[in-house]
Design a protein around this ligand. Structure first.
Ligand code: UGA
Length: 437
C-alpha cells in the first residue's frame, strides 16, 4: 500500500520504518528539516535500539522516503497522523496545535477512498472533530483512531508485534470500510496472530488514556508502598515480588524507585484529568491527582535521602548522577526524574556531575547549568555520593570494589532498586535503596 506518515518523532519515524518493513511504500513527512535530513540519510534522529539498522535496510529497498513537503502525501491512500501532543504550558490539558496543523495541512491532498489514521495520544472527542473536517473536505474519505502503545527503547518490536491493534471507526462496526483497509496495512502481524479490536472513536481514544493511566497508577501504587515500607522498616522489592506472583496483579510495572517520567505517562494522566473535567466527569479521575503527587514526591524524597547520605548537608558535596534519560535504552529526557533530581540537588548547593551513555546532548539542552561527563570513570572520580537514577545495564553491572577505589566516599543511593544491597555493603559501601531498609 502507499502510506504517508505525518510527524517523524519517536512515534512517527519508527512507524514509517516499520510500515516499509511490512512491505508498504512509505513517505515520512515532518516540518523539522534537520530530522528529515537525518532520516533521509538513514540515520535515526534520536536513539532507539534497532532503528538505525531498520532505516538502512528499508531505504535500500527504495520503499521509504522522507520530505518536509506535505503535498507528498497526495500519492498515498493511508495517512498516519503521528505528531506530538505535549502538555500545554501552564495547564494540564494537551496542546493540540500539532495534530490540528497536521490534519489541516493534509486535507487538501486527500482523494476519494483515502483513510486518515490518528495514532497520536489525544483527548477523547478529537477523532469525532477531525472526522468532520475530513468528511467536509472529501466525503469519500474516512478517519480511524488507531492508538499506539509502543514503549521507547522497544519501539521497533512493539510496532511490528504489538500486543493488540485497536481500530476506532466512526460507527464502531467490524463492517466499516476502513477496517478492511487497516487490515491490509497490518496484514503481516495480523497473520501472525496479533489480535485486533474494532470499536467506536471515543472508546478507542479512551483505551490509550486508560492504559497509560493504569500503568502510572501501578507505579505510584508501588511507590506509595515504598513510603510505607520505609516507615515500617520493610522491603518494597520483596513485597513487589510477593504480590506480583498473583496473576491478577502481575510483577511488571511494580518497580519502586524515583517514579515515572518521559513524554507520555506524566502528561497523559494530566491531560486525561483535564478532559474528564471538561466532560463533567472530573470526580472519576481525582485519584490520578494522587498518582501524580506520589510520583512527584519521589523526587523530593531522593533529594532528602541524598542529604542524609551526605551527613546532613548538600552544600559543596560532589554528587555523581548515573543516568539522565527518563529510562534506559532511550536518549529521551522529557520530564526525566533523574534530571529533575540532579537539578534540585544542584540548586541546594551540591556540585552535580551527570553521566549517561546516550542522553547527555539532550540533557545539556534542557538543563545547561548542570555539569555533564560522558566518561563514566571520570564522572565518579572523587564523588562524595553516587546516585543511580536511570538503570542502564552498565550501571547495574558496576563493580562495587573497583568503584570504591575511585570515589571520595563509598556512598550509593540506588534510585531504581536494581543493585544487590548485600554485595555493595560487603564492599564497604553505605547503600540506600528506596523503600528498602
Ligand atoms: C509508555 C507506555 O508504557 C507505552 O505503552 C505507551 O505507548 C507510551 O507511554 C506512549 O504513550 O507513547 P514509555 O513512556 O516509553 O511508554 O515508557 P514506560 O516504559 O512506560 O516507562 C515510563 C516511566 O515509568 C519511566 O520513567 C520508567 O522508568 C518508569 N517505571 C516503569 C517505573 O518507575 N517503574 C516501573 O515498574 C516501570
Amino acid at each position: 500500500m502507499r502510506i504517508s506518515v505525518i510527524g517523524c518523532g519517536y512515534l512517527g519515524a519508527v512507524h514509517a520504518a516499520c510500515m516499509a518493513k511490512l512491505g508498504h511504500e512509505v513517505v515520512g513527512i515532518d516540518v523539522d528539516e534537520r530530522k528529515i535530513a537525518e532520516l533521509s540519510a538513514a540515520r535515526a534522529p534520536f536513539f532507539e535500539p534497532g532503528l538505525d539498522e531498520l532505516l538502512k535496510e528499508v531505504q535500500e529497498t527504495g520503499r521509504l522516503t522522507f520530505t518536509t513537503d506535505m503535498s507528498a502525501a497526495a500519492g498515498s491512500n493511508v495517512h498516519f497522523i503521528c505528531v506530538g501532543t505535549p502538555q500545554k504550558k501552564g495547564e494540564n490539558g494537551a496542546d493540540m496545535s500539532y495534530v490540528d496543523a497536521a490534519t489541516n495541512g493534509l486535507l487538501p491532498h486527500l482523494s476519494p477512498g483515502d483513510l486518515v489514521v490518528g495514532k497520536s495520544t489525544v483527548p477523547v472527542g478529537t477523532a469525532g472533530r477531525l472526522s468532520s473536517l475530513v468528511r467536509n473536505q472529501e466525503p469519500d474519505a474516512h478517519l480511524v483512531w488507531n492508538p499506539e502503545f509502543l514503549r521507547e527503547g522497544h519501539a521497533v518490536a512493539d510496532t511490528l508485534q504489538p500486543d493488540r491493534f485497536v481500530y476506532g471507526v466512526p460507527d464502531g462496526s467490524e463492517h466499516h470500510a476502513a477496517v478492511g483497509v487497516l487490515d491490509e496495512v497490518y496484514a503481516v502481524p495480523l497473520a501472525d496472530g496479533v489480535p485486533r479490536l474494532v470499536m467506536d472513536h471515543p472508546t478507542a481514544e479512551l483505551v490509550k488514556a486508560a492504559a497509560n493511566s493504569f500503568l502510572a497508577t501501578k507505579i505510584s501504587f508501588i511507590n506509595a508502598m515504598a513510603e510505607v515500607c520505609e516507615a515500617a522498616g520493610a522491603d518494597v522489592t520483596r513485597l513487589a515480588d510477593a504480590i506480583g506472583m498473583d496473576d491478577r496483579i502481575g510483577r511488571k510495572f511494580l518497580n519502586a524507585g524515583i517514579g515515572f517520567g518521559g513524554g507520555c505517562l506524566p502528561k497523559d494522566i494530566r491531560a486525561f484529568m483535564a478532559r474528564a473535567g471538561e466532560l463533567g466527569a472530573d470526580q472519576a479521575l481525582t485519584f490520578l491527582r494522587e498518582v501524580d503527587a506520589i510520583n512527584m514526591r519521589r523526587r523530593s524524597r531522593v533529594v532528602e535521602l541524598t542529604r542524609e547520605l551526605c551527613g546532613g548537608m548538600l552544600l559543596g558535596k560532589r554528587i555523581t548522577v548515573l543516568g539522565a534519560a527518563f529510562k534506559p535504552e532511550s536518549d529521551d529526557v522529557r520530564d526525566s526524574p533523574a534530571l529533575s533530581i540532579a537539578a534540585q540537588l544542584q540548586l541546594q548547593g551540591a556540585v552535580v556531575t551527570v553521566t549517561d551513555p546516550k542522553a547527555l546532548a539532550n540533557a545539556a539542552r534542557r538543563f545547561p547549568e548542570l555539569h555533564y561527563e560522558s566518561d563514566l570513570d571520570k564522572s565518579v572520580a572523587k564523588a562524595d555520593a553516587v546516585l543511580l537514577l536511570t538503570e542502564w545495564q552498565q550501571y547495574r553491572d558496576l563493580d562495587p570494589y573497583a568503584l570504591a577505589g575511585v570515589v571520595a566516599s563509598s556512598r550509593i543511593l540506588d534510585g531504581r532498586n536494581v543493585l544487590d544491597a548485600a554485595k555493595w555493603r560487603a564492599a564497604g559501601w553505605t547503600y540506600r535503596g528506596l523503600g528498602r531498609p
